[in-house]
Design a binder for this molecule. Structure first.
Ligand SMILES: Cc1cc2nc3c(=O)[nH]c(=O)nc-3n(C[C@H](O)[C@H](O)[C@H](O)COP(=O)(O)OP(=O)(O)OC[C@H]3O[C@@H](n4cnc5c(N)ncnc54)[C@H](O)[C@@H]3O)c2cc1C
Length: 421
């Protein structure tokens, strides 16, 4: 007898990295019901990481950013509703309303609404030449404006700001980075690694202005000419990139009465308090095995692994989400890979050769490995993924000992099933 057809309708809101993966994984898992993927950006789902890297340098073209060719969605019967925004969720009726008035009924709803840039509202913020970078449309305007300019100011020394700084310097543009704190990449990296990146950017010719905010922008004829810092510095700029972090897109969920803090609150199965509504990716705040408190991550790994987890649950195989956080960033000739969450570490040791641009920083908390930041050391990063997936006894002494075969040791660590340890 043939298997019964799944009569459910699953709606995914947000057609970015997580939303696309959700749809793809549901089909891979054998879901044969109706599947709708709603996105407010025009076009087919694409990857964001190259927007601040290979797309800006011209090494990658727009079509190559697509997560799948257009035919994929038709083949897999994924109904992509692009360029339209979900404006309301009626949980009692299990209905989503779109900005064109369409109303769609679901059995299961997945929120993959991502995050949006924080904006800087100081005088002059609406002058031409001030850019943000989140979407392909943002990247198109930024790229178009880089040709022929000589001075750029980057506001915010996070990953996107520094990736842009590296690309701009390599294109011969004079770059100044202004950062309100005294430590670039301070939120994401250990002091050793963040200082390494500052030194590298300075060696490439970038100037840092640290520990001050932005007072206002000056301009002539509607075009930005200067960034003025709160401590009175006037920085000449033909172009400004603002990269001061993001806010989760949680208003839709909040207006539907779902708990939201810094993200849409979900349990270890990535389900909201409504059993028919899940949330994944940049928009969701979840209990992580790798952090003390609720966590919201902004990474491809997080969006992809959470989508896979929810797809498996919706197909009858629930497991607590236990994806190992990892992330990468490319800046000049430095490939940074991070595994684990190194935020709360109390000690850090270096393995390898910083002068030779190949090393890793192993971060420990209470003697336990929390994560590894690797520069041009993919082997250490991959070993780290295995270590964090299992029970190991790696000590700082072993970590720094180059005679100690880290890869072999990691290979022999069996992964553990995480429940609530
Ligand atoms: C320039 C850049 C570089 C990056 N580089 C890296 C990197 O090197 N490594 C890495 O791991 N991560 C990187 N990231 C982060 C990574 O891209 C994100 O973490 C990832 O895209 C998150 O996926 P998501 O599906 O949660 O959100 P998104 O990919 O942002 O998708 C959310 C989508 O939902 C849409 N949406 C929101 N609300 C609605 C609504 N009401 N109705 C319809 N649609 C809606 C949004 O417009 C968006 O299209 C980078 C991000 C950027 C912007």
């Amino acid at each position: 007898m043939a298997d019964a057809v799944d009569k459910r309708t699953i709606i995914i809101i947000g057609s970015g990295q997580g939303g696309y993966q959700m749809a793809a994984s549901l089909r891979d898992e054998g879901f044969d019901g109706r599947l709708l993927l709603i996105g407010d950006e025009p076009g087919f789902p694409y990857q964001r990481p190259p927007l601040s890297k290979a797309y800006l340098t011209g090494k990658t073209v727009e079509e190559a950013l697509r997560l799948r060719p257009p035919a994929y969605y038709a083949d897999k019967k994924i109904e992509l509703i692009e360029g339209r925004r979900a404006t309301a969720i009626d949980r009692a009726a299990r209905r989503v309303v779109l900005n064109d008035g369409q109303s769609l009924v679901y059995d299961e709803l997945v929120l993959a609404t991502g995050a949006r840039n924080r904006t800087l509202h100081v005088p002059g913020h609406d002058l031409d030449g001030i850019f943000y970078l989140r979407t392909l449309a943002d990247a198109q305007s930024l790229k178009g404006s880089m040709a022929g300019i000589s001075r750029a100011v980057v506001i915010g020394a996070g990953f996107i700001g520094l990736e842009f700084a590296a690309v701009a310097r390599a294109a011969g543009i004079d770059v100044t980075v202004v950062e309100a704190t005294t430590r670039p990449l301070g939120r994401a990296l250990s002091p050793i690694t963040s200082q390494y990146f500052v030194d590298a950017h300075e060696a490439w010719g970038t100037r840092f202005v640290l520990g001050t905010g932005i007072s206002h922008f000056d301009g002539v004829g509607g075009q930005v000419t200067h960034v003025v810092t709160q401590d009175g510095q006037q920085l000449a700029a033909d172009l400004v990139l603002v990269g001061i972090g993001v806010l989760p897109n949680q208003e839709l969920a909040a207006e539907a009465g779902l708990a939201c803090e810094n993200g849409i609150v979900v349990n270890q199965f990535l389900r909201t308090e409504d059993p028919h509504v899940s949330a994944i990716g940049d928009c969701c705040l979840y209990p992580s095995f790798f952090a003390a408190g609720p966590t919201r991550l902004e990474s491809v790994q997080n969006a992809v692994d959470q989508a896979r987890n929810v797809a498996a649950r919706l197909m009858g195989r629930p497991t607590p989400y236990a994806g190992i956080p990892w992330f990468w960033s490319d800046q000049g000739d430095l490939k940074l890979q991070i595994v684990g969450l190194t935020g709360g570490h109390d000690s850090a040791v270096v393995r390898g050769d910083p002068a030779g641009r190949k090393f890793s920083v192993f971060c420990f908390g209470n003697g336990r490995l929390l994560g590894i930041e690797s520069i041009n050391q993919a082997g250490d990063h991959m070993a780290g993924r295995k270590l964090l997936a299992g029970h190991h006894d790696l000590t700082p002494d072993k970590a720094v000992d180059l005679e100690f075969d880290l890869r072999l040791y990691a290979k022999e660590i069996p992964p553990v099933a995480r429940t609530d340890d």
